[in-house]
Write a protein that binds this ligand. Structure first.
Ligand code: ZN
Length: 466
């Protein structure tokens, strides 16, 4: 994600769902209402892991707050389950829930977004099971533009809950299929590659499938009267770009650079991790860019640094989407590197002197304790995005100079290979950096990612750590 500092129609705060925090409970045979996130304890659930989501939705722009849905969650039980939870907004009416095709014995809604399902028969540990939920009514949180009728569902740190039942936490990644039916003339865009589009009785159904595991909050449903532009990377990977009405004039020249940007990032981070790419370009100010999986989402006219924003969200396809943190404490594994990717782009394409830029930022902020006070690792739920954009790239640049370019870029590609499609924590990144460089980086990382004051001089300087 990259918040945009400008006129905000929707504030960043409005994008972050606030949740009532209560301690997770886990009884024998009961999955539990949280997966163990320290910041959002009720996000995700215990007792199972999801392998695949099959999400079918219907949307009518005349009823922008509503959605019909028919979602099947395919999961594997990690415990014997008499009962399990899904994360799902209580605003929907649920008509049926089946488990392996058999109607559930019952279900209840609890807390902010817990859907507690009791299957007709207990699920034994290790068993695969399909939960199908059919629903309709008000969705949890549409981002809707009344002028164009365009909408999207996506948001950080949790957004799946508002449109499909899920294990809504980054640590449970799954493949994802979206089938979206809209009035003829409208286009629905999702993650991954498109399937066949069919039109029947004035309604068009779009199909999308992402075969690399995605984090639920990077799943996207975007609907507008899009202009869809098809291109490809050099290796043939499709690049699918969707421009909402009014967006193409300003955004197209930048969106057309996505293959060049991905080519650039591939040279730095290793091969592009997914089987499709692209972007979704809106015209309204949605106050952020968001790294929705394989197809990032962009605001319209509020762009300060247009190419930089695309570079940032595309870099997230490696840092954040291919390798995802284990929980939100690990936000630096995503944002520190996506932000630094913008530095790399400026260095290569604009001849920017990064050492000079680094020194200037350190000098300007040297006597500002607030600039340094939020740690990059485990910054806290309230401030989880506060530091990563400002001290994050400084830390990454200092690390690069500490271990040298060869080791630095080898470390980044190694990180991507080691954890391809999975999750890894910030401390695991530190350990890998130490291993790849053969340098004792304990003091460096403590000063840069855990301390709440400016790092000591020996860690601030640009050169080998002594
Ligand atoms: Zn970001």
């Amino acid at each position: 994600m990259l918040p945009i500092r400008k006129r905000h129609l929707l504030t960043l705060g409005a994008l972050l769902t606030s949740l009532t925090l209560t301690a997770p409970v886990a009884f024998a045979g009961v999955g539990g209402d949280g997966i163990g996130d320290p910041y959002w304890p009720q996000d995700g659930n215990g007792g199972y892991r999801v392998g695949h989501y099959d999400v079918k939705v219907g949307y009518d722009p005349d009823k922008p707050d509503e959605l019909t849905g028919d979602t099947t969650v395919s999961a594997t039980a990690t415990a014997g389950l008499d009962q399990f939870n899904l994360d799902f907004t209580p605003t929907f009416d649920i008509s049926t829930i089946t488990v392996n095709g058999v109607p559930a014995r019952g279900f209840t809604r609890e807390g902010e977004h817990e859907l507690v399902v009791t299957p007709a028969r207990p699920i034994r540990r290790g068993a695969r099971f399909d939960v199908r939920v059919v629903y309709s009514g008000k969705n949890g949180d549409t981002r809707y533009n009344p002028e164009t009728g365009g909408m999207f569902m996506a948001g950080e740190p949790h957004s799946a809950t508002s449109w499909f039942p899920s294990n809504d936490h980054p640590s449970d990644k799954a493949t994802f299929a979206l089938t979206a039916t809209v009035p003829q003339g409208w286009t629905a865009v999702g993650n991954g590659r498109p399937g066949p589009t069919t039109t029947e009785r004035g309604r068009t159904t779009f199909r999308w499938r992402e075969d690399s595991p995605l984090s639920t909050w990077t799943a996207v449903l975007a609907i507008a009267k899009f202009t869809v532009v098809n291109a490809a990377l050099a290796d043939g990977t499709p690049v699918i770009s969707a421009y909402a009405p009014g967006a193409e004039a300003a955004a197209r020249q930048h969106g057309d650079r996505v293959p060049e940007i991905i080519d650039f990032l591939s040279a730095k981070f290793g091969r592009y991790p997914f089987s499709s790419a692209g972007g979704i370009y809106f015209n309204e100010d949605i106050a952020m860019g968001l790294e929705t999986h394989s197809r990032p989402l962009y605001p319209g006219t509020a762009w300060n640094d247009v190419v930089g924003l695309i570079v940032h969200e595309q870099a997230h396809q490696w840092f954040g989407n291919n390798v995802t943190g284990r929980n939100w404490r690990d936000i630096c594994v995503a944002e520190c590197f996506a932000t630094y990717a913008q530095w790399l782009w400026s260095e290569a394409k604009e001849g920017k002197d990064l050492d000079a830029h680094y020194r200037e930022l350190v000098a300007v902020n040297r006597d500002k304790p607030d600039f340094w006070k939020v740690p990059l690792y485990d910054p806290g739920a309230e401030k989880y995005l506060a530091a990563v954009y400002r001290t994050g790239p400084l830390m990454v640049h200092a690390l690069r100079r500490s271990i040298g370019d060869d080791t630095f870029f080898r470390l980044l590609t190694r990180w991507q290979e080691l954890h391809r499609g999975g999750n890894a924590s910030w401390p695991e990144f530190e350990q890998l950096a130490q291993r790849e460089s053969g340098v004792d980086l304990g003091g460096f990382f403590h000063a840069w990612t855990r301390s709440t004051t400016i790092p000591a001089e020996r860690y601030l300087h640009l050169g080998p750590v002594r």
